[in-house]
Design a protein around this ligand. Structure first.
Ligand code: F6P
Length: 321
């Protein structure tokens, strides 16, 4: 293996830069050259590249976002787009591609692998919704950002004795909402995995909190479970509170990565290079019970991830009726 490419694709996540740095440093350590591909799969289609060496990735381990830029590529979904990307790989003499991103990124990697290109995926998404891995780069930083914001909200909600409804990201999954809900001591958490319980759960939990002497309430809503504005309206209609809504939005994707994200990204990036250097391909890197491992892409994409039921049970007890 002489030369590999690295790209970031899909929604950015804090720690992507640490992953890029690790791929570059681990490759250089093995005498492998690295080409940065900019703007996700679009960069591979358009030949949008930058050569990377040890120095070009200096002082990025602490930076949020991605120095390689990112995008969600429509063109790469087409056969024509994929063929252009394959041509770029051939022109540049790339022996493999490390793609950092989420589910969509891995589907792109899988498509490319069908043309004989070696690919390795690294999970990077604040949603933590990649089924084959316990952890995705960016989740811890996003959770800490959300927690910091909600702690601030609580101060004013407590002073005014109000109800706050906070919407957190997560796409179709409730991992971020559950984790954040546990960390802020939420009154109730609404996740897509169990939203049928809205009336009994949210209303009863707020009512119960009031009966126990509380006069402010923090409701955390995963975006996949519905709009925080709708939830607030229902609370207004059913129990006559006057909730304030905060949609945390893209602020959750920014910021300097936490130690957990930096170290996880560095370990995963190192493994990605090891895989390509060993001549393996079609792998996704993950972590299970604290250990880095890798798994076939097809197999990884066929898996489903539910909420952590132990965390859910704890939340139920903490917000219990
Ligand atoms: O997948 C990461 C994520 O931030 C999701 O939580 C969210 O639903 C989505 O991306 C938002 O995408 P965009 O940046 O295109 O608005």
């Amino acid at each position: 293996v002489k030369r590999i490419g690295v790209l970031t694709s899909g929604g950015d996540a804090p720690g992507m830069n640490a992953a890029v740095r690790s791929v570059v440093r681990a490759a250089v350590y093995r005498g492998i050259e690295v080409v940065g591909i900019r703007r996700g799969w679009n960069g591979l289609i358009n030949g949008d590249i930058v050569r990377l060496d040890e120095r070009s990735v200096a002082h990025i381990i602490d930076r949020g976002g991605t120095i390689l830029y990112t995008a969600r590529s429509e063109e790469f979904r087409t056969e024509e787009g994929q063929k252009k990307a394959v041509s770029t790989c051939k022109l540049l003499g790339l022996d493999g591609i490390v793609a950092i991103g989420g589910d969509g990124t891995f589907r792109g990697a899988l498509a490319l692998s069908k043309y004989g290109i070696s690919v390795v995926g690294l999970p990077g998404t604040i949603d933590n919704d990649i089924a084959c891995t316990d952890y995705c780069i960016g989740f811890d930083t996003a959770a800490n950002t959300a927690i910091e914001c909600i702690d601030k909200l609580r101060d004013t909600m407590q002073s005014h004795e109000r109800c706050s409804v906070v919407e957190v990201m997560g796409r179709n999954a409730g991992h971020l909402a559950l984790y954040v809900g546990l960390a802020v001591g939420a009154t109730a958490v609404l996740v897509p995995e169990s939203k049928e319980s809205f009336d009994t759960e949210i209303i009863e939990k707020i009512r119960n909190a009031r009966l126990n002497g509380f006069t402010h309430y923090m409701v955390v809503v995963a975006e996949g479970a519905g709009s925080a504005f709708d939830v607030a309206n229902r609370i207004r209609d059913e129990i006559a509170l006057d909730p304030r809504v905060t949609v945390l939005g893209h602020v959750q994707r920014g910021g300097s990565p936490t130690a957990r994200d930096r170290v996880m990204a560095t370990r995963m990036g190192y493994r990605a290079v090891e895989i390509l250097a060993a001549g393996s391909t079609n792998r996704i890197v993950g972590v299970h019970q604290g250990k880095i491992f890798d798994i076939d892409i097809d197999e990884a994409l066929s898996m489903n991830k539910g909420l952590d039921m132990e965390e859910w049970a704890v939340l139920e007890a903490m917000t219990g009726l």
